[in-house]
Design a protein around this ligand. Structure first.
Ligand SMILES: [Mg+2]
Length: 327
């Protein structure tokens, strides 16, 4: 494992979290992180950890697809196609090849546009608005049953389409034990997120799901996205969507842990005045330019196989001393 960042590191925080060797010297947060991370954390990481150690973690905000779930997992939006692909036609009886063709055609139409470099952020946002709305429309057109979004094919004991990272499971349990709100913020399908977490027994009193929720007809058929809500997609995934949170409003929460796997996830919460956000990004890219962009956007960049150990370490470090009693 090599360190590829030569940037100076604020390394003032020294913590004795490892068994002393001779001669004894306490390890700093960054040194401990570098014991198991390929990329050195940002220069601000240690100072942010110090702040959260002193004042506590007020909330954890995490993306769902490929952040809470494994990197190889299908995104919730593409789950239906995966179910067809693996031959579970019994679960998706109303769907057929035509659904598959329409869905893939939509991807062909929009996926390349999403990466065209000449678009402004506003243009990209408009492209994704249209893409997401049309994706929901074709699901509605094929009259998908609510049962499709049910438990059986989400759990690893059945077909395991959406495995959850073990480290994330521990982080969620840790947050619940120490009364820290856990907000799952997803641009996917909220009903899939809820069903998947339920199937793992990961529904907690202090958990909120902020996502694109479905609307079902009386006969249980999918009818479209819930009305009166803005579509959440890669380019609109920002704190505006979290404004409706009642119990866990971020207004008075200054110390946040954020987890995501796409560059847009870094903007799920803002750096409001007086707020400290430790941003943790999971990066599957291998080209240096993309990795460098992740390192600019996140305080810590993790390779997929580092996520479990990091989650366990950060939850032990930051959640164990929480003394929160309020919601
Ligand atoms: Mg994701």
């Amino acid at each position: 494992m090599g360190c590829t960042n030569d940037a100076p590191v604020e390394d003032s925080l020294a913590l004795c979290l490892v068994a002393p060797t001779s001669p004894w010297k306490p390890k700093s947060v960054n040194e401990i992180a570098m014991d198991f991370l390929q990329y050195r954390p940002s220069p601000h990481f240690a100072a942010k950890v110090e702040t959260l150690l002193m004042t506590g973690v007020d909330a954890i905000v995490a993306d769902f697809d490929r952040t809470i779930t494994e990197s190889s997992s299908p995104a919730s939006f593409w789950l239906l196609r995966e179910v067809i692909r693996i031959g579970r036609a019994d679960l998706v009886a109303p769907l057929d090849e035509a659904y598959m063709a329409a869905s893939e055609e939509l991807d062909r139409l929009y996926a390349s546009r999403e990466h065209e470099p000449h678009h402004t952020f506003a243009e990209l946002s408009a492209i994704c608005d249209e893409w997401w709305e049309r994706a929901f429309d074709i699901i509605a057109q094929y009259r998908v049953s609510a049962g499709v979004f049910s438990v059986p094919f989400l759990h690893p004991d059945t077909s395991g389409l959406m495995p959850i990272r073990p480290g994330m499971i521990e982080l969620m349990h840790g947050a619940d034990a120490w009364r820290v709100p856990f907000i799952v913020f997803s641009a996917g399908i909220g009903d899939v997120v809820c069903a998947c977490l339920r199937s793992y027994g990961l529904s907690f009193g202090r958990m909120e799901i902020v996502s694109n929720m479905c609307r079902f007809e009386e006969d249980g058929r999918f009818h479209g996205r819930l009305e009166n809500s803005e579509v959440i997609h890669s380019f609109s995934k920002n704190e505006r969507h979290l404004g409706g949170l009642d119990r866990f409003s971020l207004t008075n929460r200054s110390n946040l842990l954020l987890f995501g796997d796409s560059l847009g996830d870094a903007g799920m919460v803002s750096d409001a005045e007086g707020r400290t956000v430790i941003r943790v990004g999971i990066c599957t890219a291998t080209n240096p330019e993309t990795i460098e962009r992740y390192r600019q956007m996140f305080d810590v960049v993790l390779m997929p196989d580092e996520v479990d150990q990091f989650c366990r370490w950060i939850s032990t470090l930051l959640l164990a001393d929480q003394w929160k009693t309020e919601d």
